[in-house]
Design a binder for this molecule. Structure first.
Ligand code: ZN
Length: 86
């Protein structure tokens, strides 16, 4: 007898739960919260770290020297020396 009472209570609880009521009405139970865009750049982000094409040392992009081809070097000496040969 007790299990029928528990079953009745469970059915009653399910009937009154918003999720089931939303499903019965054909709506989604809960609308997903709108996705917020990521944090906007504030200018305080750390610099992008890039490797030198000649020696491989990593340095901030703002300190790097670029050649005509867009390769990144740690300084003028390595830029004139060119990329490391494989
Ligand atoms: Zn270098």
């Amino acid at each position: 007898m007790l299990k029928y009472l528990l079953l009745f209570l469970v059915v009653l609880w399910l009937w009154h739960s918003p999720a089931i009521r939303g499903l019965l009405k054909g709506k989604k139970p809960e609308a997903a919260p709108p996705t917020r865009p990521g944090p906007k750049p504030t200018g305080n982000e750390p610099d992008q770290i890039v490797p030198c094409a000649h020696c491989g040392v990593h340095l901030p992009f703002k300190d790097a020297v670029l050649d005509i081809g867009g390769r990144v070097y740690c300084g003028d000496a390595h830029r004139t020396a060119g990329p490391r040969r494989p």
